[in-house]
Write a protein that binds this ligand. Structure first.
Ligand code: ADP
Length: 174
């Protein structure tokens, strides 16, 4: 099985996905927000925010490109991995590497917590305005490279909420 065979593409709402972990495009405060973050906290219930508060008390939030893990609360997924994508600033602040780090660090954290299946949203492509085509390319490349180096992850699902992202991923994955 090549690493590309472990990748799946779906269109829809990530809160409905039953993988070991789903990834949240959080902000550094970990206190919830709009977009996919709001949807995850809303569907998963207060246990997720409570777990985030504990992490904040211990380590003071989460830096761009890094990731933390909490319960999935009422979600079908066991865990939520919260990663903080970069805000797009015209490529002035190494946003491409920071975005790749979101995917790598989320996958590492998944493995450390014995997760074999994981679903990602299109990190940074909403409120954070990362150009969608570049973000899709970075996401796919980073995941394919990572999967080539481990057998511990069995499935990665890219969950696209909007048609534009879905179309871009479809083209790049085939
Ligand atoms: P960011 O701040 O990282 O840009 P957003 O939540 O604004 O985060 O957007 C990230 C991506 O998540 C966007 O492509 C947006 O369309 C998508 N998104 C929003 N809601 C959901 C959802 N319920 N499931 C999956 N993806 C979602």
């Amino acid at each position: 099985m090549t690493s590309k065979d472990k990748i799946e593409l779906l269109k829809g709402d990530i809160t409905k996905i039953k993988t070991d972990a789903i990834v949240n495009a959080a902000n550094s405060s970990l206190m919830g927000g709009g977009g996919v973050d709001g949807a995850i906290h809303c569907a998963g219930g207060p246990a997720i925010l409570e777990a985030c508060r504990k992490i904040v008390a211990k380590q003071g939030g989460c830096k761009t490109g890094e990731a933390v893990i909490t319960t999935g609360g009422n979600l079908p997924a066991k865990f939520v991995i919260h990663t903080v994508g970069p805000v797009w600033n015209g490529s002035k602040y190494d946003e491409e590497n920071k975005l790749a780090n979101c995917y790598k660090n989320s996958l590492r954290l998944a493995i450390n917590n014995h997760c074999k299946t994981i679903a990602f949203p299109n990190i940074s492509t909403g409120i954070y305005h990362f150009p969608k085509k570049d973000a899709a390319q970075i996401a796919i490349e980073t995941v394919v490279d990572f999967l080539a180096q481990t057998d511990e992850i069995e499935k990665v699902i890219f969950v696209c909420f909007d048609d534009e992202n879905y179309g871009l991923y479809e083209k790049l994955i085939q």
